[in-house]
Design a binder for this molecule. Sequence first.
Ligand code: ATP
Ligand code: CA
Ligand code: CA
Length: 423
Amino acid sequence: KVLVGNLVGEGHRNYVLMYNMLTGIRVAVSRCQAKIRRPLVEDDYLASHKYSFDMLGNELTPSAKYDFKFKDYAPWVFRELRDDHFHLDPADYLLSLTAKYILSELGSPGKSGSFFYYSRDYRFIIKTIPHHEHAFLRSILKDYHEHVRTNPHTLLSRFYGLHRVKMPRGRKIHFVIMNNLFPPHKDIHETYDLKGSAWGRETSAEKLAANPKTVLKDKNWVNRGRTLELGPEKRALFTEQLRRDMEFLRRINVMDYSLLVGIHNVERGNRDNLRENTLAFFQPEAPVKRKPSSVKHHAEANTMRRAVARADPKRLLDASQLPSDGSEDRRHFLFYQDDGGLRATDEQNRPMDIIYYLGVIDICTPYNTKKCIEHAWKSMTENPVTISCVEPNTYGQRFLNFLMSVERNGDMSLRPQGLEPPQ
Ligand code: ATP
Ligand code: CA
Ligand code: CA
């Protein structure tokens, strides 16, 4: 269950939250998308739009099942990111997220307490984030946009939207929508979350025994002799992109990010079918009853209608149906082109039987005083080079060294450096 999550249906403790998130997205995104495109202006990066939903509905918002407030941040910027840089079909995006009002909850896999939800077709991830990460993302949005514009093959998380919901008497919940690095149609046989640091970076044998799909870490990577097997061509491209992305993260003063690596073994194939089995639990839901849309809601209705007309009817009618591969957008990206991922190659650049699904995640933690204190404290007890809390320069350098340092041995395989050798 660690990697696939639980279905959030009616009666689930987070059902209302999920319903409100999706309703807000549906209304806000289609509202922006329906307007005529215009060039971005400086104010767009800091803009936010407020919506107030209730059971009756009003001029601006259709009626909803619950009362809540919704905020859409920098809608024009995210629209441009989605349309121009991430090659998402606007109708598809809305349809994936909101056609069925079903998400799958992964719970809170990290230490941060953030919650993760998958869209029902597994393409998108909604991550709740603390206020400071939300504020940070807004503050760097312009730089991020620029980086994505000039680095179409960036390995950084693709942010599709930034929003907030507030329920009556509830606290404000911020969340981002991003790409799921792992494809719906392929089993991932091993997952690693790599930071290039040894400190506390090992998933225990007990945890693994309890759940073989648990995410592995740096020490496991080294102990199992894993390397990114990329021939000279792909290695050069990948290293260069990673270097540029690290340089960007250093400039915006970020650390604590990781390279998430999913390994699909082609020979082993999809035998486990873990995800498929779980997705089979997805049940079609009765359509949400709404008041007939007023003139103001026409644009939204039209966007949805186009979405519905475009979509594969099987996908619409049968929610348990897996999308054929759900990764049309991926063909635009160098590192997501081989079946949605990056196929390993040997020293002659010939394809091998491994596909990597990888990207740099968790990029909204700036190096700040809290981290400094943590660093100072840990330095007293641990070797400061191996602890995970270091300033962004050191962090980035160590990260690159760990992943890309090449030490050629007899069989020409590549060994990571930067960690003590396994015992
Ligand atoms: P912490 O701050 O404690 O590291 P977090 O709550 O910020 O945790 P992340 O590090 O962003 O969470 O992600 C936790 C896990 O969720 C990852 O190790 C990975 O298994 C999964 N995950 C996160 N982002 C993605 C993504 N884009 N695609 C697929 N899986 C993801
Ligand atoms: Ca993390
Ligand atoms: Ca985090």
